[in-house]
Design a protein around this ligand. Structure first.
Ligand code: GLN
Length: 537
């Protein structure tokens, strides 16, 4: 039977609960345990797939095709394990599943109530994650802040879960804030005290407190928090602000968080294998060079909307001991009459157009892509970024002036990007994109083959539109190479331009498979090309 760690948050959001959960999981894995991670989100959407990235940040896609919270990206990057449909549970999922059972008649005449029906469903999702993953330890993060109406039933389910499993099989980590007040120049423990009281009101006594503070707490503050929180002083783990989130696991390791957990679980405490992570931190601390990459998108007011892309660029930089400086560019600015593209993109040593939906800002992205192609600046197109590259090439190289995607122009005469027949029949927007892993065959002798050094790859998808094969011949004649093809449906997965130093784009999202310690081949070669360009100039 697995053991269970629950990570809750208090005082306010944005304290780094996801990073705390990920760090704990990484440290337990480094002790030789098989870990699995899960996030409960208290909103009523079934999944974040239908939410605006500006509200919610990026939608992370798992290999099995689930649209999930961006914290799952942190989880995968930290623990380097593929997560799945059991890893992101929302109130929307819980409620719709219970209502579906009710309609089917599964409850045999019972009155359906929040407790026990909803709370049982929540507990079942935790057990399901344990049984399907076969993990030794499951780490479950609860979204939101303790005291939220939305998450109260989730907290109630956790209270019951401990009752069922006992203290030796369950452990509660609560993350809180210890603010520093200027003027009186001191750290304040009251918000943390109140947050623990709030948690206790729900019937949960935390075992570990992770305290976020700008400076070290010091002995007297630690003692005070321990006393009011009813936990041993050594179970207060300090999460001091850091420059780089990847430092956090090592900070926690120094405070022996994983040993506290394993002791409570009566599990063996072996030596940690963390040298690979220490090496990463060493590299991150010594990035001597810098290279500028322009990321041209439309949700750039929220960097989290491109979180995995950002992390994948950083990871590629680590490979070459280079800091990747991202220049966040709103594509709509490029569309303005008085904008000189050169002024905006002139310093970029690489141009990346990431995924996106809808017609706003499209022409600006096309201009950015054209600038990259004509000025021989390395280009990486991701999903929409590939569709943009196809449209741009069709218009400006093949002379198909009105080439577009039916996503932006439903009646366009030359839909080089179009819906497949099965997508045309779809009415519901939620969960109906082409999602998750699909196979791709790579043509030898291409840039894609050089990058992957493999003939068959699997990458994660999240899109509705496809390259329209009717235009393959004319684009090929003009010099575009279709270097990656899905063998089952003959769909274009990767395009490239061999007469350009580095121009490549994929219909999938490589960023989801990048790890800080293992740069993704497409990102690595893109950043390398940017570094080479910088050296030349
Ligand atoms: N909007 C495009 C589509 O649906 C691209 C999606 C994306 O970039 N993720 O096909």
């Amino acid at each position: 039977m697995a053991k269970f760690v629950f990570v809750t948050g208090g005082v306010c959001s944005g304290l780094g609960k996801g990073i705390t959960a990920s760090s704990i999981a990484l440290l337990l894995k480094a002790k030789g345990y098989k870990v699995f991670m899960q996030k409960f989100d208290p909103y009523m959407n079934v999944d974040p797939g239908t939410m605006s990235p500006i509200q919610h940040g990026e939608v992370f896609v798992t290999a099995d095709g689930c649209e999930t919270d961006l914290d799952l990206g942190h989880y995968e990057r930290f623990i380097d394990e593929e997560l799945n449909y059991t890893s992101n549970i929302t109130n929307g999922k819980i409620y719709s599943s219970v209502i579906e059972k009710e309609r089917r008649g599964d409850f045999l005449g019972a009155t359906i109530q929040i407790v026990p029906h909803i709370s049982n469903e929540i507990k079942n999702k935790i057990y399901e994650a344990a049984t399907t993953s076969n993990a030794d330890i499951v780490i479950t993060e609860i979204g939101g802040t303790v005291g939220d109406i939305e998450s109260s039933v989730m907290m109630e389910a956790l209270r019951q879960f401990r009752l069922e499993q006992g203290r030796e099989n369950t452990l509660f980590v609560h993350t809180t804030l210890v603010p520093y007040l200027f003027g009186s120049n001191e750290l304040k423990t009251k918000p943390t005290q109140n947050s623990v009281i709030e948690l206790r009101r729900l019937g949960i006594q935390p075992d570990i407190l992770v305290t976020r503070a700008p400076i070290e707490l010091g002995e007297s503050i630690r003692k005070k928090i321990a006393l009011f929180g009813s936990i041993p002083v050594e179970n207060i783990i300090e999460a001091k602000d850091v420059n780089n989130i990847y430092e956090i696991p090592l900070n926690f390791h120094k405070q022996k968080i994983e040993e506290i957990i394993l002791k409570q679980f009566n599990l063996k405490i072996e030596k940690s294998n963390l040298s690979y992570w220490e090496e990463l931190i060493h590299i991150v601390g010594q990035l001597d060079n810098e290279v500028e990459i322009a990321l041209v998108g439309k949700y750039i007011e929220l960097e989290d909307a491109y979180l995995s892309v950002k992390e994948a660029l950083k990871a590629a930089g680590y490979k070459y001991k280079t800091k990747v400086k991202i220049n966040w560019i709103d594509s709509e600015i490029l569309e303005k009459k008085d904008t000189k593209i050169e002024d905006v993109l002139g310093n970029a040593k690489g141009i990346l157009v990431p995924g996106g939906f809808g017609s706003r800002g499209i022409e600006g992205k096309i201009l950015a892509c054209q600038y990259a192609r004509e000025n021989k600046i390395p280009y990486l197109g991701i999903c929409l970024g590939m569709q943009i590259a196809v449209i741009e090439f069709a218009r400006h190289v093949c002379g198909i002036e009105d080439a577009s995607s039916t996503e932006f122009d439903e009646v366009c005469k030359n839909p080089v990007i179009d819906l497949m027949a099965n997508q045309k029949a779809i009415v519901n927007k939620g969960g109906t994109l082409r999602l998750g892993n699909y196979e791709c065959h790579i043509e030898k002798g291409t840039l894609a083959y050089k990058d992957y050094n493999q003939e068959t790859i699997f990458e994660r998808h999240r899109h509705r539109y496809e390259f329209n094969n009717q235009y393959r011949e004319i684009l090929e004649k003009n010099g575009m190479v279709f270097s990656g093809i899905n063998p089952d449906l003959n769909l274009v997965e990767i395009i490239e331009l061999p007469d350009h130093p580095h121009f490549i784009a994929g219909q999938f999202h490589p960023e989801f498979k990048s790890r800080p310690t293992k740069a993704h081949p497409l990102f690595a070669s893109f950043v390398q090309a940017a570094i080479n360009l910088k050296k030349k100039k």
